[in-house]
Each structure stands twice: as structure tokens, then as C-alpha cells.
Design a protein around this ligand. Sequence first.
Ligand code: SF4
Length: 430
Amino acid sequence: MDYSNLKVFLYWDKYTWYALGALSASLQKHQIPYEVIKGNVKQPISKALNTDYRVIYAESSRSWTIEALKNRLKIIKKAFTSADILVVVGGPHATGVPEEILNMGGDVVVIGEGEETFPHLVKTFAQKPITNGDLETIPGIAYLDQYKTVQRTKRRPSIDLDSYCPYSDNPKFSIHPPIELMRGCAFRCRFCQVPYMYGNPRFRSIKNIETIVKHYINHFKPIKKTVDIRFIAPNSLGYMEKKRGIPNVSRLKELIDCLTQYDIRLFFGTFPSEVRPEYITEETISLFEKISNNSISIGFQSGSDNILTNMRREHTVQDGLAAFEIMKSHGYLPVFDFILGTPSETLSAQWETLDLVRQFQGKALVRLHYFMPLPGTPWQDLIPVPLSSEILTEIGRLAKAKIITGEFVKQMNQIEKLLESRNPQVLSNS
Ligand code: SF4
């Protein structure tokens, strides 16, 4: 296919760039040329259109980046009205609320995985300006029809991860994110987008991961002192599990043994490949002996069993404490994530969490988050419970004592602002 009159621009953002690895690799696989841009979007698009190129502008979305995305789409829509530009948005936020993105100015939303859908769109647009008739034949997208009604096309089957590379070695736009071990999750936590976007887990094979690691070594060895290998996994100890909640220790060991034969630093069970608490056992902790990180990140989420049940976490506070004891006894620093402000959370449940967090002083790191209703989740339309001044004062004390890390209050204010801009009526009625 001839792409000589086509420019595909992928927008780079520090919160969404992992997605560009897989997306640009899938374009390379189809021999579709692309450019990665950041900052000023108007200038490269304008230059391309003025020199008779047709343009596809694409970016991934997360709820955190939505205001910036909205501004970029506004700029693009105001400056360019031609049928020679197509604006495509994918990612978790767009997948959860495609209508919001389409009403912001996106022409097409990619629902779920983009590896096959995006090249399909590009190939269609490369031939001629795209029509709704063309769009309705492309699985896995949403668009507005002539009545401004959102149309979703049929679901696209999930990809086999081994068939898709997670990085791009394009010399001009090389992108090497952490390696995606698995996609999807066997659990159904009510606040999390992963299972609702990707369904049950699929795994990249050990052989495929090894091939990718060899490439990372070749790529980074000449330019870095050490080659650090990190993974993306919603629950890294769930890699290759056959039954939900039962770690597949032999395959995990096989993975780690295979990779540690290379001259790399291997990071596992730390951001962005965290672990559920009940997966930490005497057996699984021994897997970390060859791993380079001495901290392990765990989604503890709440100090209240009632809240854990509301979240549909399917573990208890006791499971978190058992993981804490095992990690400490083997010399690992636990890094716990907790969420405050989830729907129906009572003041006493909030104190249960903070009382628990206080006990970790000097023995664990705690990252405290404010609840954010994410599109596509069962809690997408629920608003966070406001926190009382006494709870906020205690959070301030815990931060000062360095028991919790991060900028909780700043994050909470950002979330409130974001939700207000998305749905002011809901918040004013709260
Ligand atoms: S929070 Fe973790 S365990 Fe729960 S559904 Fe999401 S990825 Fe799975």
C-alpha cells in the first residue's frame, strides 16, 4: 500500500507513552511510517497539510490527561476543518467514555486494544477520506454518525500478545517501555479499569519475553551503564496462573531463571508490575532472591474489611498484614497502595485505614490515593466521599512523619477539579 501522501502523528505524553511502544510497533509491522510529536501539535499538522499530505493524528488517553487532551483537540479542530485530517483517540479513558472524546472533537475512538484496529483505520484512510460507511466496517471503534449519535462497531477479538512487539526500534522514534507480561486481570475490583477493558488475563510467553529482553540488551548496552528490565503487569505474581489466586510458581521461576542468566538488573513486583497481597507467600517470596529490587509494591487498598468487600477486592486486611510479615521477615521493604474516599466509605472505615497506616511507620512505605471514578468501571458514576478536616489533618501528620509518600491533597484537589469539569451537576448535588 502507498503511504507516501500520508503522515501519521502519534502524540507523546509522559502519562501515556507506554501505549506508544505497542502502537508504533504495530505500525512498523504493517510498514506504515509514523512520526512521534509532543508539545505543539498545530505546527507539524499544518506543515503536513500545506504540503499536500493527509494526516492522522492519534493519542492515547487516561483520565489524568483529559484536560490537556481536550485542549489539543480544541486547537486541532479550530485550525483544521479539512477532510484530510482524522483525529483518533484510544486508551482507557476513551474506551470507557467514547462519547466524551467524540464530543470533544475526536473523529474516531479506538475501543480497547489498538494493535490491530489502528493500522486498519490508517490503511482505510490512506486510500481516501474516510466515510461513516467505511467506519462501520472497522471492528473495535466508536464514531458519531450524521445525527451526532455514537455508533460502536462490533468488538474486535483480543490479540495474542506474542504476535505483537511492545517496543519500537525506529531509529528516529525509539520507544522502549517496560515489557508487558500480561494483559487483563482475573479479578474484578470495582474501581479498576483493567478487567473491564481487557477481560481475563492473557500472557506473553517466556520465549517471547526472552527475545524482547535480548533486544533491550542490544539497544541499551551501548548507551547505559546497566540494562534495567521492568515489566507491566496488573498482578505480576499472577503471571501464567491457571487458576485465579494460585500463583504458578514453577512458570514464574522459569521466567526469572531464564532472564537472570543475562547481564541485566531485573525489577519485578514493583511499579508498574505490582502484586496482590495474598500472592505473597513463603513460596513466592523466594522467587525474589534473584530480583534486583528490595521493595515490593502491594495493592493493600483499605484497612477496613467492609471497604475491601465493597471494592470486590477478594482479600482481607489480614491478607495484607500476612504479606507484610512475610516481606519483612525476608528483608523486603513493603510499598503499600491505599485508597481513601471510595463510595459509601464511612468515617470509621477511614480511621481504620489511617490507624493501620500509622502502624507501618519505619517498616513500610505507603502511597495514599484519593478515589477516582474511572470510566468503564462499575464505580464510574459514583463520586468520592469527601474527607473531613480531622481526616485531612491526620493525613498531613502522616505525611510529615514520612509514613505516607506522594502528594495526597494535591491529587485530591486535582481529582475534584477534573470531576467538576466532567460533571458539575453530580458534584453540586453531593
Ligand atoms: S486492581 Fe489489580 S487485582 Fe483488582 S482488577 Fe485491577 S488489576 Fe486486577
